[in-house]
Design a protein around this ligand. Structure first.
Ligand code: FE2
Length: 337
């Protein structure tokens, strides 16, 4: 038996790398978004601002409040980094979502597991940097992508065991034996994985297993219940890995964004604190749209946790607002030990 010894959940997002005095860069992107997803509706920015007027978000949008939120988030990211790097582990399983980074609309797997020998996080080309800067991501790209190419090892036999177990247990997973390429150049490592490698692990080459969930793109996103059950299968595969091996698990992304919904975030996080898996699995599919869909990465991880006796510690939940319509990100940071 291998041991799952530690897990953590970390939100990611532009507000964790963009200094608070520049959060308007992101609010301006929201203002042009005609499809802001909030609960079961879809709104323009003006419609959403009118709908949520009573919430008084102008009080949340002062530089003072934004700076306080930023400092809390950075402190918890530093703490997650410290706790994670202190673990003596043989492998880290990262549950993330692919947002047209490795997979595109021609083929979008619901669940994919990478089982190649290594993961390549290459430095961006000048053209890619220009594109990201054009989308307001000048600050963010440094957190996800290294200045020089980095290569991280993969525990191939663990990846293969997870694939075999999933297939045995009724999950027809996509197996990814090589990093997808364009003209011989590997595609960029997904932001969900790059964030963990760069911001939490400080590029320390701990062997990792990327689990790629299609949380984002219709029509084949898995339901919360399916995510949870898939996680349980992964948990059983990890436990059956080589005796003496120590494994950690991470969920990257979530909770609500790019419209903050504190009720949703508290509902999910409180259920996780109580191991109340039924409440999580009952959450309607429509609640998981846009960035909020990444909360399903936490639900897959919850399934893995359900196969262990680890206990959750919620380090902080920080609602980071950036506009009068309540856009921004709900940031959650937690460990299981
Ligand atoms: Fe994300």
């Amino acid at each position: 038996m291998a041991d799952i010894v530690y897990a953590f959940g970390a939100s990611h997002g532009p507000l964790l790398s963009t200094p608070p005095h520049e959060w308007d860069l992101r609010a301006n992107v929201d203002r042009k978004n005609p499809e802001l997803a909030y609960r079961d509706g879809t709104y323009t920015f003006a419609e959403l601002a009118a709908l949520r007027k009573a919430d008084g978000f102008e009080k949340q949008n002062t530089l003072e409040v934004k700076t306080e939120r930023w400092n809390r988030c950075q402190a918890q990211l530093d703490e997650l980094s410290r706790r994670t790097l202190a673990q003596d582990i043989d492998a880290l399983v990262i549950v993330g979502d692919d947002q047209h980074e490795w997979f595109f609309p021609d083929t979008q797997p619901t669940f994919a597991i990478y089982h190649g020998k290594e993961v390549y996080n290459r430095a961006l080309s000048e053209k890619e940097k220009e594109e990201i800067i054009g989308r307001g991501g000048a600050y963010s790209m440094k957190v996800y992508f290294p200045p020089q190419d980095e290569v991280y090892p993969t525990p191939v036999n663990l990846c293969e065991a997870m694939i075999a177990r999933a297939m045995d247990e009724g999950f027809d997973v996509t197996a990814c034996a090589t990093q997808p390429q364009d003209g011989g150049v590997p595609r960029k490592l997904g932001h969900a994985y790059g964030f963990i490698y760069r911001r939490i692990l400080n590029s320390k080459p701990i062997p990792l297993v990327p689990i790629l969930i299609n949380t984002f793109f219709p029509p084949n996103q898995p339901t919360p219940k399916r995510c949870f059950e898939f996680g349980r299968s992964l948990g059983r595969a990890i436990a059956a890995w080589e005796p003496g091996k120590r494994v950690a698990v991470a969920a990257s992304g979530g909770v609500s964004h790019f419209v903050v919904d504190e009720d949703f975030d508290h509902r999910i996080l409180n259920a996780m604190l109580k191991n109340d898996w039924a409440t999580i699995c009952r959450e309607p599919q429509i609640m998981f749209r846009s960035g909020t869909s990444e909360t399903k990465n936490w639900i897959v991880m919850a399934g893995i946790i359900a196969e262990t006796k680890l206990k959750m510690e919620l380090l902080d939940y920080v609602p980071c607002y950036r506009s009068e319509a309540g856009t921004g990100s709900g940031m959650a940071f937690a460990t299981w030990q």
